[in-house]
Design a protein around this ligand. Structure first.
Ligand SMILES: NC(=O)C1=CN([C@@H]2O[C@H](COP(=O)(O)OP(=O)(O)OC[C@H]3O[C@@H](n4cnc5c(N)ncnc54)[C@H](O)[C@@H]3O)[C@@H](O)[C@H]2O)C=CC1
Ligand SMILES: Cc1ncc(C(=O)O)c(C(=O)O)c1O
Length: 308
């Protein structure tokens, strides 16, 4: 696999483009928004510096080029892989698949970075579903090494194998999800946690800052080293059995969107990208906050990879 077309340059696209180019893949990236293309172009030096600090080396042939295209036709022409990164709405994704369908060859793989729309549903809108697959990166994609690979009912095993091998060749960690369940694995786990934390904050059990301290220093720090299944063994399955016998029934099980989230999104408070969400952000301090987070993620990743 040599050439990748990346469609969508919002939160995820620029980091993915940079990571793939660092791995030697020629990237042609596009977005319907000219502003998004310019923002992505401007982000590349910062992202490359973070990858340098992570010690992510290019292959002997060197880092590949990233080009920006203003239209889908130019972006996907000659691509071995088209990676779709447009918003998480099935209809928007379907319109992209309809548009590229006539522009790509039978060998081109189309992958989606959907956070959790079933692949079987998305691949129904493409004429070669055997070459369609989920490739779910985690944010920030130039730092987090794990990528989920998900087959839909019509995905060929060779397509899964090709994407898994591609991820390995980039020095990243593919995890093949064996069933096409909504949210796959990473987001099922993350959203179980987020649902509970939002509920606890909403019910006044804890303030947002203390919830973050509790989860980051109590669970997050430990879980980076000891995964949840291994944690069960560390705690003892007898303990888990006793606690879960009364606690499971009391955990949040709401199936709608929490009022706190509806209120914030309704007021346009989407988080960092609008200058405020759960917390408020000073526009001048956002770059420093992101740099500080990148520094810490780099330091933790080095230790996890190399040992203390
Ligand atoms: N934000 C996150 O933390 C993560 C998001 N994802 C998934 O990745 C995908 C992209 O997410 P984000 O980057 O957060 O979205 P975003 O909303 O930040 O960016 C999407 C970009 O797609 C562009 N776009 C819309 N329609 C287009 C079209 N027809 N052709 C080309 N470009 C088009 C928009 O202009 C925008 O720049 C979604 O499916 C999302 O669920 C996956 C992992 C993490
Ligand atoms: C809130 C949220 N939702 C989805 C994702 C994703 O992986 O798709 C993430 C992420 O961190 O990557 C996320 O934080």
């Amino acid at each position: 696999m040599k050439r990748v077309a990346l469609v969508g340059l919002g939160t995820m696209g620029p980091g993915i483009a940079a990571r793939m180019a660092r791995g030697g893949l020629e990237v042609i990236a596009t977005d319907t928004s000219g502003a998004a293309i310019e923002r992505a172009r401007a982000m590349l030096p910062v992202v490359r510096t973070v990858m340098d600090r992570l010690g992510i080396e290019p292959p002997p042939e060197g880092e590949a080029e990233i080009r920006f295209a203003t239209g889908l036709r130019e972006a996907v022409e000659g691509a071995d892989l088209v990676l779709e990164n447009v918003p998480e709405h099935a209809e928007i994704k379907a319109s992209v698949y309809r548009e590229i369908d006539g522009l790509i060859g039978p060998e081109t793989i189309v992958a989606t970075d959907t956070s959790g729309i079933p692949i079987t549903k998305l691949q129904a809108g493409i004429s070669n579903p055997a070459r369609f697959v989920g490739m779910h990166w985690s944010n920030p994609p130039h730092i987090i090494p794990m990528i989920e690979v998900i087959a839909g009912e019509a995905t060929a095993p060779e397509t899964v194998g090709a994407i898994r091998n591609l991820i390995r060749s980039l020095g990243l960690l593919p995890v093949v999800v064996k069933k096409d369940v909504p949210g796959f694995v990473e987001n099922r786990v993350l959203y179980a946690l987020l649902r509970e934390v939002v509920d606890l904050v909403e019910r006044g059990v804890i303030d947002p800052e203390d919830a973050d301290t509790c989860v980051s220093w109590g669970i997050g720090y430990k879980i980076a080293v000891i995964g949840p299944m291994a944690l069960l063994d560390m705690a003892g399955l007898d303990i888990y059995r006793s606690v879960s016998s009364f606690l499971n029934a009391d955990l949040c099980n709401r199936s709608d969107i929490a009022p706190l989230v509806e209120a914030k999104t309704g007021a346009g408070r989407l988080g960092l990208k609008t200058g405020g969400g759960i917390y408020d952000y000073d526009a001048d301090a956002i770059a420093d906050l992101q740099a500080d987070r990148a520094d810490k993620l780099i330091a933790i990743r080095r230790i996890l990879e190399e040992g203390a």
